[in-house]
Design a protein around this ligand. Structure first.
Ligand code: URP
Ligand code: ZN
Length: 484
């Protein structure tokens, strides 16, 4: 048994000077001045913050794209995650077209070796036939109730409108969740080839091939299909002001809709593409970085509860030897950026310290809301009797500077290089065991487990817009448009 004493216990609804008692892998009591005469080891956390371990519901470890694999395996990616305070990640299974869902799951579980944090998997649907509804139902019974579809990537793994309707209709009937990558594949293919043919070939042309309209048209389509079928829909990596407006409107009209912002879209803008060459190649991801106005809209959407969680879409390709091999053809550059280690501290610094978010909004956006949306609640995402003892001791005064050399992921650059942060995890516990102490991994071996998830009929995320204004003393965005 461990008694955590002297800290401020955070949840999405507030902060309390409460103790936390764990027994083995679980929390058994929370409250003021808990008794420790029962022989519990006392950990005095001395005024630090105590919060539920982070949940990053969108990562790609050991991911193949453009004929190459990401540098991060499940081992290195999950190590980076837990060093940054994230105790649960959700990755993806992407079957080949025609491959069975259960075959693809077995393959993916085989790749998920030596995992340092707990993990779940979303199942992607890349093709459709009459066996799929039963296969989706079986996946849900195996703890995978969320299904990803891509409206981008026409050749693979993207799907067409008929397939999207079939997937959503099945999801509505079985009450499963659809995650949607919303970009219009046809428009993007057209623009990519047009730009290339006109001689616009470097990575600086990547954003021109995926303008905001390619996202908003796909968001509008996904939202209207969700309304038509009644499916629950979660839109991943929302990056534009117009997508936020479309989501707010569809939700208002009754769609069962939630949305995600990604860290890189909250931190950076499209000015990174201007220099071209390797610097621009670092930021080739989809959707691309957007304008300062879009970035402002994303922060506002987080403040107002239009978007519900912040993920990284961690997808770590080296600049040297992977991305830079295609500086003469942006279409062939493997898409993605790393970030799984940086999400908790960057969002704390730019969000809480710079007064864009309340500290409890930060907990909701980095942990509790994902637990609610993806079927991990109340086991994860909050600290209360019965929940897993995934505990993050947070030092709000720690000062760090992001540098790829000292970073935890394996690829050779960081999109956040040089960012000076305040606030860092000082200890991370996974199901009651200390895994990270300071900036060191102290657990003798990886103990992460596959977590079976199951969706509740309705556990809405904590929507901050429902709170009284007095809860928002910090809603004074002071954004520097040239970027951090
Ligand atoms: O650029 C991105 N987002 N890469 C990861 C794969 C995907 O599209 O989600
Ligand atoms: Zn992704």
């Amino acid at each position: 048994m461990i008694l955590f004493r002297g800290g401020t216990l955070l949840s999405s609804t507030g902060a309390k000077r409460w103790d936390v008692l764990t027994n083995g892998e679980s929390v058994v009591a929370v409250g003021p001045d808990l008794d420790h005469s029962n022989g519990a080891a006392v950990v005095d956390i001395g005024g630090a913050l105590l919060l539920p371990g982070g949940i990053d519901p969108h990562v790609h470890f050991h991911h193949e794209a453009a004929g190459t694999h990401t540098r991060d395996t499940f081992e290195s990616g999950s190590r980076a995650a837990i060093l940054g305070g994230t105790t649960t990640v959700i990755d993806f299974i992407t079957p080949g077209r025609g491959q069975s869902l259960s075959g693809a799951l077995a393959e993916r579980r085989g790749e998920a070796r030596d995992v340092w944090c707990d993990y779940g998997l979303h199942q992607s649907i890349t093709s459709w036939d009459e066996r799929m509804p039963e296969a989706m139902e079986k996946m849900a019974r195996e703890g995978i109730p969320s299904f990803k579809v891509y409206l981008a990537y026409r050749n693979s793994p993207g799907i067409d409108g008929e397939t999207l309707l079939a997937v959503m209709e099945t999801a509505a009937r079985l009450d499963l969740l659809i995650l949607c990558h919303c970009e219009d594949a046809a428009a993007i293919e057209y623009l990519r080839d047009k730009l290339y043919t006109e001689g616009h070939r470097g990575p600086e042309w990547h954003p021109s091939s995926r303008p905001p309209a390619t996202e908003s048209s796909a968001v509008a389509r996904a939202c209207s299909y969700a309304q038509i079928t009644g499916a629950r829909l979660h839109i991943v990596h929302v990056s534009t002001a117009s997508s936020c407006s479309a989501i707010a409107a569809a939700r208002q009209a009754g769609a069962r809709l939630t949305g995600e912002a990604c860290l890189h879209h909250l931190v950076h803008t499209d000015s990174h593409y201007e220099v071209g060459g390797p610097e621009a190649a670092k930021f080739v991801m989809s959707p691309p970085l957007r304008s300062p106005a879009d970035r402002r809209a994303l922060w506002l959407a987080l403040q107002e509860g239009v978007l519900d969680e912040v993920a990284t879409d961690h997808c770590a390709f080296d600049l040297e030897g992977q991305k830079d091999r295609h500086l003469d053809d942006f279409r062939a550059i493997p898409n993605g950026v790393p970030g799984v280690a940086d999400r908790m501290p960057v969002l704390y610094s730019l969000g809480v310290v710079e007064q864009r978010l309340n500290v409890w909004d930060w907990v909701a956006l980095t942990s509790e809301n994902s637990a609610r949306i993806f079927g991990l609640f109340p086991r994860k995402g909050l600290i209360r009797p019965g929940s897993d003892a995934d505990l993050l001791v947070w030092d709000p005064d720690a000062s760090t500077t992001i540098a790829v050399r000292s970073g935890a992921h394996l690829c050779d650059y960081s999109p956040y290089e040089g960012l000076i942060l305040r606030g860092a995890p000082s200890r991370v516990y996974l199901r009651g065991s200390l895994v990270v102490d300071g900036s060191s991994l102290v657990a003798p071996e990886p103990r992460g487990r596959f977590i079976r998830r199951s969706l509740e009929p309705s556990i809405p995320p904590q929507h901050r817009s429902r709170r009284p204004n007095s809860d928002h003393p910090s809603r004074r965005p002071t954004w520097r448009d040239e970027g951090p």
